[in-house]
Design a protein around this ligand. Structure first.
Ligand code: RAM
Length: 933
């Protein structure tokens, strides 16, 4: 039985009345008049929150020649749905006429309020356009036009650049420079003069390496760090655009930058022969437009001056930075600095095969300044500070020093039995040195490196002074994404876990998704990414972050379809792994389901097909022979000890490979259907059937017992089969039984690694066993999430047993305390505990089915869908549920409450006859009833 439409509209009316209730009471004539006015205004509410592409507001230096437009219906609009829209794009600010429009969608009958494709002529480099949108509601009543928004493009093509790459003459490879020369940052500057009223000035800028730019003695951005970020540099380097209109002055001006090797030229991983093999280079093009229409360009070329004699003597991502106060060059970024001792820069042309493209997501920025929580100890001139939180960035030091006495700064994630422990940074020195030339207070913050840490050790300061908490502040850095995670519950440890997961995300969303932020790795591991993409979307605005990284993956895919293990690829481990490379089918699909944006599928479809092909090449009779990291870091592998090969767990490798082969085909089929590629659908469906059949035949008997020789039944074995729908429907119950049996055998603990863990919640919830999920989630003993919290975790760990208060660090060399992979469970906070899932892509239709359990009495939170925020807030006291649900505009939802006794159910004052309320309309729903848990 379904929830009848007449009841629905009554509900919706009730909602509206409830919303307006306070406005129309008391019922005086005046109030009634006011109400009429309010309603009249609401009927014409224009769309709000206009965005471009993956969530940009009025972008400057935008990257897409064909932007996508999104907006929302105003919360206070009287209408619930959009039935049509019109988007207009103009080349003039206040004119939207035939002469000025570059595109007019005209009225399009559609409920889409997001990802509307621009269909005019491609926008071009530097072009600035103005856009607005209006909508029609369910009564076909038009809104007013929205506010006008802008898009300004960056430089889209290499042909737009007249500037040259520049650098210090001593760093030319033809001169066979020593590594130390290449590792020494460069300082570059140029003066130029400005005459006339400036209408606009834009700086287009980048580096091979990292740059920090200045104009007229001041930083151009006090927030952006580690720009331009990390892309496959041999194929694409991102450029940034800065507005300098208000920063230039009449007469002489100075533009300057320091640069260092960063990810481009420094070492990645531990191969010292790769250390600093390339010279850092700088590229800048300042374009000034005067009020009279004249233009002027200031370009990087041989007219720039350069030195390597500045204060930063060495900079490396892994190893840290060395700074010498005596080498400071006061005012080196100002006009009147004497640069006569500097060298003339050398220039190099742009590389033909390296695309310069505008950065397509927010740069890394300082997002928080965190004070010291405690001075842990100070003895013999060595002080240890504790920030109380494992995190990422650089410290700002304000400490007393003595001329000539070197200060050393080290980092640690935890204390090992009380001692400062850096073994798990492996070969990453992660150390800063500061050599003072004067006695007194210094202020120092590293520029071209970053650290993952909670504890800081400083030595070499003026030991006659007593260290205080004011000596250091942590400047927390990560890709500047809006974090909106809102999950909260009645359980402190669960809330702590949620916070730890958010910190894991903040620490590792460092221009690309990193596995960890501290040791000699910090790479964009694909397997970790595929298990965390959806939870990260529930917690932050990271669509742009992911879609940018997918572009890098496309660039790194081999001609045979091979996907490297981490992106960007650097020479280290060079094979492809099942469960890792499958990120290229899983991530686009998951992003599509959450956003509803078909572009992410269209952009990645060829890559998905290529990867499926690669799988096929690496299979025999449809059984995978692909290499794999397996169920990485599964606890208690029964055939092997922890470490070495034991890291790969003991779920059969080819079974894992075959399951992912099938999964990747399935997602590619789904994608082909959305993109209407019928030929692909047909071919892939045929292949899919064969792989599915091979999976069941190769590994299982009729009772779903594992039959392959030496294969060990594991939780992940059945999780893969169930999650990826590889068992015959009629046998799913058997598989669930097997899984529950294996969990029981493990004393109700999980036995899953990177691949199995994300599947636990989905599979158990689908099987109606959320009670088991609650058991696993609230488990206190190893292996469990709370075990880490009981041992002081403030982030999620790489291993279930990375650390314990009694034993300190697990001695395995590969052991980070800041890995987001196991944070995958936060997906269930949203999809399970709150019960919010997309039924159709982009949450146009939502399913709300909270999983109540006796371990939680309260939970609340929501997710910001493209239509607006959906929220769920429930409390259970003495068996009575009180729940509030808000469904955003332009959305419908099913609210499914099987645990509620129907006789007691009340929804917005009504008593429905069933506990599945289908197709409910936007608005707020107050729900009460008795629950059986
Ligand atoms: C290590 C890290 C990373 C994982 C790979 C397989 O480098 O744990 O997260 O993906 O191994």
């Amino acid at each position: 039985m379904s929830f009848r439409p007449n009841t629905i509209s009554k509900l919706a009316t009730l909602t509206l009345v409830a919303v307006l209730g306070s406005a129309c009471s008391p019922a005086t004539t005046e109030a009634n008049n006011q109400l009429k006015q309010v309603v009249a205004e609401k009927l014409t509410a224009s769309p709000v929150q206009l965005k471009v592409g993956e969530g940009f507001v009025n972008p400057v230096g935008y990257y897409e020649a064909k932007p996508r437009f999104s907006w929302k219906l105003a919360d206070n609009a009287n209408s619930q749905f959009q039935t049509a829209y019109q988007v207009q794009v103009s080349q003039e600010q206040n004119s939207f006429t035939q002469n000025t429009l570059v595109w007019d969608s005209n009225k399009v009958v559609s409920s889409s309020n997001a990802w509307v494709d621009y269909q005019g002529q491609d926008l071009t480099s530097r072009q600035k356009v103005y856009w607005r949108v209006k909508i029609w509601d369910e009564a076909d009543k038009a809104s007013n036009w929205s506010e006008i928004q802008t898009i300004e493009l960056g430089l889209l093509n290499n042909q737009d650049w007249q500037a040259k790459w520049i650098g210090h003459p001593d760093t030319q490879l033809s001169k066979k420079p020593e590594q130390m020369v290449l590792a020494t940052p460069q300082y570059l500057r140029k003066t130029f003069s400005v005459k006339g009223d400036i209408k606009q000035a834009r700086l287009y800028v980048s580096a091979k390496g990292l740059f920090k730019p200045y104009v007229n003695g001041a930083e151009i951005s006090s927030e952006d760090v580690m720009t331009p970020g990390w892309t496959p540099y041999a194929k694409r380097i991102e450029t940034l655009t800065y507005d300098l209109t208000d920063k230039l002055v009449q007469g002489e001006n100075a533009i300057a930058s320091s640069i260092a090797g960063g990810w481009y030229a420094g070492r990645m991983f531990e191969f010292t022969d790769r250390e600093f093999a390339l010279p850092a280079r700088f590229l800048a093009q300042l374009e000034i437009t005067y009020a009279d229409g004249k233009t002027q360009k200031v370009l990087t070329d041989t007219s720039w001056a350069v030195t390597q004699s500045g204060p930063i003597r060495f900079a490396s991502i892994y190893d840290g930075e060395r700074y010498e106060q005596g080498k400071e060059m006061p005012n080196w970024t100002a006009v009147d600095f004497d640069q006569s001792s500097w060298a003339q820069a050398i220039e190099q042309p742009l590389d033909e095969n390296v695309q310069l493209q505008p950065k397509r997501h927010a740069p890394i920025r300082v997002t928080e300044k965190m004070p010291v929580q405690e001075v842990v100890s100070h003895k013999d001139g060595v002080v240890i500070f504790d920030f109380g939180q494992n995190m990422v960035g650089v410290p700002k030091l304000n400490i007393p020093v003595i001329a000539g006495q070197e200060v050393k700064v080290r980092y640690a994630e935890a204390l090992h039995k009380g001692d400062f422990y850096t073994d798990n940074y492996r070969s990453a020195k992660s150390t800063n040195y500061y050599l003072p030339s004067q006695t007194g207070m210094i202020e120092y913050q590293p520029t071209f490196t970053y650290h993952g840490y909670r504890y800081l050790e400083v030595s070499g300061y003026d030991a006659s002074q007593t260290p205080t908490e004011n000596w250091v502040t942590a400047m927390i850095q990560h890709s500047d994404v809006n974090i909106h995670a809102s999950f909260e519950s009645s359980h402190d440890k669960l809330n702590q876990l949620s916070q730890n997961i958010i910190w894991g995300m903040r620490s590792n969303f460092y221009d690309i998704p990193l596995d960890c932020p501290q040791r000699d790795e910090r790479l964009g591991w694909t397997g970790d990414a595929q298990v965390f993409v959806t939870p990260s979307m529930y917690m932050a605005d990271v669509y742009g972050f992911w879609s940018a990284w997918l572009q890098s993956i496309r660039e790194e895919q081999g001609p045979d379809g091979k996907i490297p293990l981490y992106i960007p690829f650097v020479e280290w481990i060079n094979f492809a792994s099942s469960g890792w490379g499958d990120a290229v089918t899983i991530i686009p699909w998951e992003l599509y389901m959450v956003t509803g944006d078909e572009t992410i599928l269209a952009d990645n479809f060829e890559m998905m097909k290529g990867w499926v092909n690669y799988h096929q090449k690496k299979s025999k009779n449809y059984i995978s022979t692909m290499n794999t990291f397996g169920d990485w870091l599964q606890p208690f592998p029964s055939n092997l000890k922890d470490g070495e090969n034991g890291n790969r767990g003991n779920t059969d490798y080819s079974l894992i490979g075959t399951a992912y082969f099938a999964r990747s085909i399935e997602l590619t089929i789904k994608t082909a259907k959305v993109l209407n590629k019928q030929q692909d659908v047909a071919e892939l469906t045929d292949l899919y059937k064969k792989v599915k059949q091979a999976f069941i035949q190769e590994y299982f008997d009729d009772g779903l017992n594992l039959v392959k020789e030496n294969a060990i039944p594991t939780q992940t074995t059945y999780l893969l089969g169930l999650a990826y729908d590889l068992f015959p429907v009629e046998k799913r119950d058997i598989a669930v039984e097997k899984l529950i049996g294996l969990i029981a055998e493990a004393d109700n603990h999980l036995r899953t690694g990177f691949l199995g863990t994300p599947l636990l919640t989905q599979v158990l919830q689908d099987a109606g066993r959320s009670d088991v999920i609650y058991d696993l989630l609230f488990k206190e003993s190893y292996p469990s999430w709370f075990y880490s919290i009981n041992n002081g975790a403030t982030t999620t760990w790489e291993r279930w047993n990375s650390y314990s208060i009694d034993e300190g660090f697990n001695p395995q060399g590969m052991n980070s305390l800041n890995h987001y992979a196991y944070g995958t469970v936060s997906r269930w906070f949203y999809e399970g505990i709150l019960g919010i899932k997309p039924v159709t892509a982009g949450f146009k239709h939502i399913r709300i089915e909270p999983q109540f359990g006796d371990k939680l009495s309260q939970a609340k939170g929501g997710y910001i869908t493209p239509q607006g925020e959906v929220t769920v807030d429930w409390t259970i006291a003495a068996g009575q549920l009180t729940m509030s649900v808000i469904i955003p505009k332009n959305t419908t939802a099913d609210i499914i409450l099987p645990q509620v006794d129907v006789a007691s159910l009340v929804v917005n004052g009504n008593k429905p006859s069933i506990t599945s309320l289908t197709k409910v309309l936007p608005g707020q729903y107050q729900i009460t009833g008795s629950v059986s848990l």
